[in-house]
Each structure stands twice: as structure tokens, then as C-alpha cells.
Design a protein around this ligand. Sequence first.
Ligand code: NAD
Length: 476
Amino acid sequence: MLMRIGGNDVEGVDSRWIDVKNPATGELIDKVPAGTDEDVSRAVDSAEAAFAAWAKKAMRDRGMILYHAAQKVRDQHKDLARLLTLEQGKPIRESIDEVRGYANILEFYAGISAHQQGEAIRLAHQGDCIVVHQPIGVCAAIIPWNMPVLIMGWKIGPALLAGNTMVLKPASSTPLTNLRLAQILEEAGLPAGVLNIVTGRGESAGEALVKHPAIRKISFTGDCTTGGKIRQIAGMHKKDVTLELGGSDPMIVMHDAAIDKAVEGALRGRFYNAGQTCTAVKRLYVHEKIATVFTQKLKERVDTLSVGNGLGSRIDMGPMISKEQREKILQAVEETRQKEEGTILSGGSTLKGSAYEQGYFYRPTLVSNVVPGARLVTNEIFGPVLPVMTVPDLDTAIREANTTQYGLGASVWTQDLATVKRVFDEVKAGIIWVNRHLTVPPEVPFGGVKASGNGRENGQHALDGYTQTRTLFLGW
Ligand code: NAD
């Protein structure tokens, strides 16, 4: 597929291409241009040209375009989900969830398009003020490969509704569904140039976008190290930046938890999307009173998970995105084994057999008795490996939960309100779930604290993040 700039399919300036491969089979699906500085400039020029007319439209009219696009996405959800599974690997059921989640986001922002209001402040003898929220201008969105469709929705929904125009750079391994979704938006009435997609690598197209002088705001989702670089560049150029970065969410299961429900929560929380989710359950702390029975039940469930090509029927977990990502997991588990930092209860290896040879599969892995300070608990493990730790009490669970640099999400599984209050007050995370994990509907502000980032996706908060407040002071 080609880049989408100014309403046209466009080749790259220097005719280099990036292969897009199916991570389940290694087969070439398509290729996209490896965008350069010049391609980024073309896209930014086109977004700048489209800005004035788009910003002038009534918010309700912009919302209607998002709404129509959502209906088209719903009509085509099977084809879109198939494309997503082909390029990303996740089971088709999860791709359908994600595509519908994208439509939900657009519908949510269409639905609140009548609610963006300013303020009037009466100052008696000094005069009166009118405060309005205006779009910022041309914004950049840089997104990762793990949930490319949902994250595209999180960024374009509020940004476009607020009246901004945008240049989006997909991850180089998963650009196809993003490109198709951009076409659908235009088919639904989005004027040419309002959303442009530049394909390419992070260090070239991504960095050029961050540095481009006409970009006023950058919304980035990805790794903490990349986020740090982007923050630095944005700071030098005095640009507004929202960073949605990595996480290592703890899940705390107390002795009064509904055990079977918590087991299912941990299973989905960790192994959904082959463990490649920012808010996956990455550390599990179980109260000692239930640890044996809980771990046994969890192991039984982990052992039933079927791994395979996401297009197959009854597949619970697909491949990882790439050889490099799988290599990181192989190394982390190997280190645990060699340093005797935990006991591998399930998995701990790749899969054998012809169905797995060309793909990047890894077995769902459960590791118990992981020692504090082990890499499995200090680093973000972005794959299907779940470390389980037994804790004697809530104090220990909270202390351990706070030991990493991350602060994206956390969950507590309990029937006790006092426990919930302590976890909410003391565990440092942007979102605390009670008796569930992972769910992030469009209404709910979402984002991290500590090294997990700043700013918020979703809800009114994200919309505010794509506006600037201006004041008219009337001195009578
Ligand atoms: P990544 O940082 O490697 O890449 C993300 C995007 O940034 C890609 O499009 C990439 O091409 C681009 N990029 C890379 N280097 C760049 C540079 N120097 N300048 C500009 N752009 C650059 O991250 P990834 O491996 O694709 O994604 C996985 C990470 O994303 C994990 O840490 C995960 O937790 C995090 N994540 C966070 C959230 C959240 O909402 N907080 C959601 C999903 C994923």
C-alpha cells in the first residue's frame, strides 16, 4: 500500500520500501514506502493547507464525519480484522474486538461533539471574559504495533474532533490497517489533508515528524526510551507532547478474592495479544492463604491455551510480532532459569512443529516464586510470561507493586472496600481496577504516572489535550 497524503495514495520520494510480513508465517503480505524527511514535509504541508477550513467547521459537523466513518468500519469489520491479524498476528476474535473498539471511540467523540463549551467570567467593574477552546494546529501521532487500530482511534478521535489536522506515523511492522482506516475516513467525508499517513521507520520518518517546525503537538505511544528521546526533542523545539509509554502492571489478589474470577482475570490480563499490551498483568502478587490453590488453577488454565495462526479457529494466542521481540522474551526467561530466580511452571520455550517453524511463537509461560529484583519483575516484559509472587499481607503487596519505575495500571481483587481504598491511595498508577484488569472504554481517561508517561487518552480529558484555551477580555 502507498502512503496517504492530501487525499492521495503517494509513493515515497526515494523509492525505498519496507516489507510487511505475517508474524505467524513469515510471508510477505505487502510493502509500504520507507518515508523520508521530504515525505514528512509533504504530509505536514498538506495538513497545514487543510487546517483553516477544518478548524472553521462546526464541531458537530466534524463529529458527524467521525460517526459515518465508524459505521463504515462496522460494516467492514471482518475485512479490517483479517488485515489486522495478517499484519499483527493476534487471534481474529481479538482483532474484531479492536476494530469495534475503534468504532466505539469515533462514536464516543461524535457523541460529545455538542458538549465542548467555553466559559464566561463576569468581573464586575473590570469587565467580562470569554474563554474558548481552540484547536492547536497540525498535530503528529506516532503509534506502536501492539494495538495499532485502537491507538489510532485514541489519537485521531479527539484530535480531529477538536479541529486539528494530523500526520500519523504507524509502526513500520503494522501500517496496513491504519492506511485502510484513513481511506475509510475520507470515504466518510473527511476532507483531503485533514489526516495524512506517512509510513516509515522511527529514526527517519518518526524523528523528522517530531522535529518538523510546523508540528505543534506530538502524541506518542511506545517505549519509554523512545518517549524520552521525543520529550527531549519536543522540549528543544517548545512543542506540546503527550507520552503514553510502557508499563508493568501489578495485579494483587487478596485472600477474600473470588478465586476463579481472578484466575480468568490473570489469564486474559497477561496472555491477551500474546502479552504485548501496555496494561497487561505483568506481575501477579497473590496472598499466601490462597497462593497454592490459585497458582494450581492458573497453571491448569495456562496449559489449556491454544497457540497458533490467529486466522485459525479456536486460537487463544497468536505469535509475537517479530523475531527481535521474541528474542527478548527468550533471554529474560533464560536468565531466570540460569540465575534460579523463579520456578517455571508452564511454557518457557518456543513451540515445535511445522505449524510454528516460520512464525514467532512462544508458549504461554508461568513462573512462580520469582525473587524480588529479578528482571522478570523490574523490567517491562512485553510477551506471554507471567511471574507470580506470594505475599504475606497487603502492606507487602503494595510495597512490591510500587517497586518499578512504571505507573500505568494496577488491579486489586478483593471483596473488601478498605483494601480497595488503600490500593487506590497507595499504589502509584494512572488507573486502578477492582476485580478486573485491562478494560479501557473510550469514556475513561487513560494514561500513566511515573515513567509511564503524561497526558491522557480517551474521554473529555483527551479532547482538552488537543485544544488550547484562549481568552477574550472585554473591558467595558
Ligand atoms: P517503539 O517506541 O519502538 O515504537 C513506537 C513508535 O515510535 C513506532 O511507530 C516507531 O517507528 C516510532 N519511533 C521509534 N523511534 C523513534 C524516534 N526516534 N523518533 C520518533 N519515532 C520513533 O515502541 P513499540 O515497541 O512499537 O511499542 C511497545 C511499547 O509501547 C511498550 O513499551 C508498550 O508498553 C508501549 N505502549 C504503551 C501504551 C500506552 O498507552 N501507555 C499503549 C501501547 C503500547
